[in-house]
Design a protein around this ligand. Sequence first.
Ligand SMILES: O=C[C@H](O)COP(=O)(O)O
Length: 316
Amino acid sequence: MVQQERNPGMPLDMGIINAIRVNKAATERRCGELGTRRMVTGDYQLAWLMRAISCMDLTTLKGNDTPMRVFRLCEKAKMPVRQDMIKKLGKADLTAAAVCVYPARVKDAVRALKGTGIPVASVATGFPSGQTSLKVKLAEIRQAVVDGAEEIDVVISRDKVALAQWAELYDELRAFREACSGATLKVIMAAGELPTLTHLAKASMIAMMAGADFIKTSTGMEEVNATFPIGMTMVRQIREYYELTGHMVGFKAAGGINDAATALVWLSLIREELGVEWLNSNYFRIGASSLINDIERSLWVGLTGMCAARTYMPLA
Ligand SMILES: O=C[C@H](O)COP(=O)(O)O
């Protein structure tokens, strides 16, 4: 599909922000319906699992990440599923959407992915807590871009949300967007650390007004990460923003997504709430450090009707 013009953002409109309210009970009720009807099966399921892979930011965010671990992850991003399976699935090739690493590992990933067209995403701005100065946050973004990251996953200042400092939040995100220059800006809401779904919805709208290309649920390190009520709240703001401006903003679900069945529910949430136009890597990502193997095993089961032996396909 043709990619739309990048979201340019818009001036902060407090009238819109003040009017945002989320009905938690209704949101949870709606989420309870997900995955219970109209789920894809058979060949369609295989196609959807492949879609999930092509929308995946393969991630490693560990204190003990080394160039070798990043190299191995990049090899997995280039060939996420065994070659013979890809052939059986009737695909010419299949890759992950991006590889996501800490800033110190960007150069390793850029080197490993050279010539593949797979972008490197760097977390930044004092990930995961964001508890550092604006000056340091901006320097971190700029350095990651200089090192070759094409996508920057920034964290919001949760204190600004808790204190309802909406203008300050907008200004900071605007500055992040400028520091990214041409790189894709993904704004992590760290939703599990925000007081309510209404705060999350307001912060999501502000991120889009400030020019976010994607809004992302979580760092993967909060106590509560990518839940469906969190995702539902965010994608509904994406829909509002689209109706307001005509700009499609992407959505990234991240944190604790580690089985194929859950990944499929995320895909159906996007299809039902935003439409199939969003179901590609320009507008939808799943950030995950341990999902790919379960999807690979599910593809195997779908292709052969048998479970893969531990020795044939690693469990993790
Ligand atoms: O951005 C991606 C997340 O950090 C991944 O979280 P996970 O390790 O729970 O899959």
